[in-house]
Structures are given as C-alpha cells and as structure tokens.
Design a protein around this ligand. Structure first.
Ligand SMILES: Cc1ncc(COP(=O)(O)O)c(C=O)c1O
Length: 373
C-alpha cells in the first residue's frame, strides 16, 4: 500500500475502533423518527401537485440555471422570490444560497475581517464553524446558552464583533436565550446572527419573528431543507448586507445557481406554509405527547422543539440501542462523538406531524424497556 492509502486506512480503522465509522444507508421502510421533514412537506402530495401545476404553466424556464447568479444564472423570478421571503420574515432583504451550509459558510467567512471577533455557542452547527475557520477574525466559543461565559468572551472582543447562535440547536433541540443574548450584545456593541434552520415552520416564521425580535438581529439564516421540505437557504438582513454578500461571499459567487424548478419549489413551499397551520398543530401535539410519555425519569434534554435528544453516553451502547430500536421498525439514529462531544452520545429523535399516537407510544414504551435493562 502506498503512503496515502495507509493513511486513509488507518484513519478509517480509528473510526471503527471508536465505534464512530460512518456509512451511507439507502431509504428504509422504517417509521420516520429521524428526518428533518417536521411538517411532512417533503412527502406532501399537495406540494408536489402545486409544483407540477406551477411548472406546467411556465413554458419558458430552462432545465438548469446555466451559470452563477453573477453571470448567466440570475433571473427576475429569483430576485422576486428573495423579496417575497424577506417580506414574509419581516426582514429588509434576503439572498438565496444553494444550501444552509453554503449560506453559513459565505456569511461567516466573508463578513468578519482580520482584527474582528466572532463568538459562537459551543454547540453551533458545523457550517458556521467552517465559515468562521475561513475568516481571519479571532474566534471564541462560549459555553452552551451560558450568558456569563458569553460576557466573558465579549470583554475580550476587538474590532467588529459578531455572535453566532442557533434559535433551536440542531443536536440538543433546545432554545437559545435570544432576548438575553441580544441585550448583552447591545451592551458590547456586538451583532447577532441567528441560524433558524430548526425553528422555521416548527415555530411559525421562526423564533425571532415569534418573539418580535426581527429588528434586533443583524442577520438570520433560514434553511429550506428541513420543515419546508425542499433545499437551499436564505440569509436575511439589510439591503447593505445583501449587496456585501453578493460581492464577497465566495459560496454565493463561485457556484452555479439553483435551477428554476428548485426555486419554484421553494416558492410553493412558502405558499403552503401560509395556507394552514394544521401541520404545525399536529407536530406540536406530538411533541407534547412524546415528552409526557417519556417523563422526567429519562435523560431527555429539555426541548420544546421537534428534536428530542436522549443522552445515553458511550458510542457503542448508543449504537447498540439504536440498532435494537431499528430492528423493531423505528428509524432513529444514534448521534456519536466526534459529531457531538464524547460523553453526550445520544439517540436523537425527530418528531413529525405525520407520526401517529400509536407510533409514538410504541416507541416510548420500547425506549423505557431498553433503558431499564
Ligand atoms: C443548524 C443548521 N444550520 C445549517 C444547516 C445546513 O443546512 P443545509 O442542510 O441546507 O445545508 C443545518 C443542517 O444540517 C443545520 O442543522
């Protein structure tokens, strides 16, 4: 074996030994307690029909965007949709990126400069971490949702200071103390950027809007691949920020724009979201049911969102329990270190509007049995 293959093999062996080897799995027939399709939009026949009907009426569109937004890939339709979505979220402007990963990468890498400071929650999503790594600013992490720890870092901040948080954390499902963070940020003249990937749709237009904080945050990232059931993301903020990102966000500039079909699907998903709150109510009932059935005796992280994480600790034990649950017909996935810190390995259970009462009861009964063994 040459040196590169030896290196690759040894890294993969390390993963296997740690019980954290990753493999791809094709779709299964198991009951979905793992996807991000919280409102069932990805599987919605209504959304599919609306998209098909809409596309049928548009005879002019191309199969692909043919280039980046700055070259041949931009359309009036694209820009009108950005305005529509920004209005819906009560933001001044918005810029669509091809994914939430791209949006965070572009925003966090281009805005903070050498001499500036970025402070992020220790549980922040990998896309934000990667964005901050590409910037030349000084980076600090603060303890999860801990205002004292955040203030400690703010005291050391230099230059323009940015705080990165999620309104609902993707691995724990808990909420950030957004208002308190905004108050602290104001004291230290820092700008707050909020990733709303897991709040949009689950909590109406997102938690920032629900808490009346639209004017207080510097920017928001809304992703379309979770409750909206499609793909892509938008950065919401001022017109000035939008112009800046068009000029400096490399993950926006150097990539082919999304196709018309993709953009039209996002438009239809937003229309469906505004038509009824039935799916949101069903989801909310399921979250309440799941939590009440599992009770306080279990190591469930406090969360009112669709993400309910049950800490098991230890990669091997978490994997084994997940495998047993999968063998009984439920699709739940173990989340292992290094994706999350060692010692917090967990079963991450995602609830949806389409999970039935009996599915939830059967799952919670099984969890109780397994965790008492
Ligand atoms: C909090 C958060 N931000 C951003 C992303 C990335 O979004 P996307 O899947 O659209 O790239 C995710 C998805 O995993 C996420 O959980």
């Amino acid at each position: 074996m040459n040196n590169t293959d030896t290196f690759i093999n040894s890294r993969l062996e390390e993963r296997k030994l740690a019980g954290s080897y990753r493999t791809l799995k094709a779709e299964s027939n198991l009951i979905d307690f793992c996807s991000n399709d919280y409102l069932g939009f990805a599987r919605s026949m209504e959304l599919k029909n609306n998209v098909n009907n809409y596309l049928e009426k548009q005879t002019q569109y191309l199969n692909g965007a043919t280039g980046s937004r700055l070259l041949s890939g931009n359309t009036a339709f694209y820009e009108a949709l950005e305005t529509e979505i920004a209005c819906f979220h009560q933001a001044e402007a918005g810029l669509i990126f091809n994914s939430g990963y791209d949006a965070n990468l572009g925003l966090f890498s281009s805005l903070p400069q050498r001499g500036d400071t970025i402070i992020t929650d220790e549980l922040i999503h990998a896309s934000i971490i990667d964005g901050t790594r590409l910037s030349y600013a000084t980076r600090y992490k603060f303890k999860h949702n801990d205002l004292t720890s955040l203030e400690d870092k703010l005291k050391h901040a230099k230059g323009n200071c940015y705080i990165g948080i999620e309104s609902i954390y993707s691995m724990d499902g808990d909420q950030a103390p957004i208002e308190a963070i905004l108050t602290l940020a104001e004291t230290y003249n820092a700008k707050v950027i909020v990733d709303e990937a897991h709040a949009i749709g689950v909590f109406g237009k997102g938690l920032i809007n629900q808490q009346g904080l639209d004017d207080k945050v510097f920017a928001r990232v809304i992703t379309f691949g979770k409750a909206l059931g499609t793909h892509g993301a938008i950065v919401l903020g001022s017109r000035l920020l939008r112009d800046y990102l068009i000029n400096f966000a490399r993950s926006f500039i150097y990539t082919t724009a999304a196709s018309f079909q993709q953009i039209a699907t996002i438009k239809m998903a937003y229309e469906l979201l505004q038509q009824s709150d039935k799916q949101q109510r069903l989801l909310s009932n399921n979250i309440t049911l799941f939590k009440s059935q599992l009770g306080a005796a279990y190591n469930l992280i406090e969360s009112n969102s669709a993400i309910q994480s049950l800490i098991i600790s230890d990669n091997k034990r978490t994997s084994e329990i997940a495998k047993t649950i999968q063998s009984k017909g439920f699709d739940i996935r173990p989340i292992l270190s290094p994706t999350i810190p060692a010692g917090t390995e967990r079963l991450r259970i995602c609830l949806h509007c389409y999970n039935t009462e009996s599915e939830i009861s059967n799952l919670t009964n099984l969890l109780k049995q397994l965790l008492h063994d």
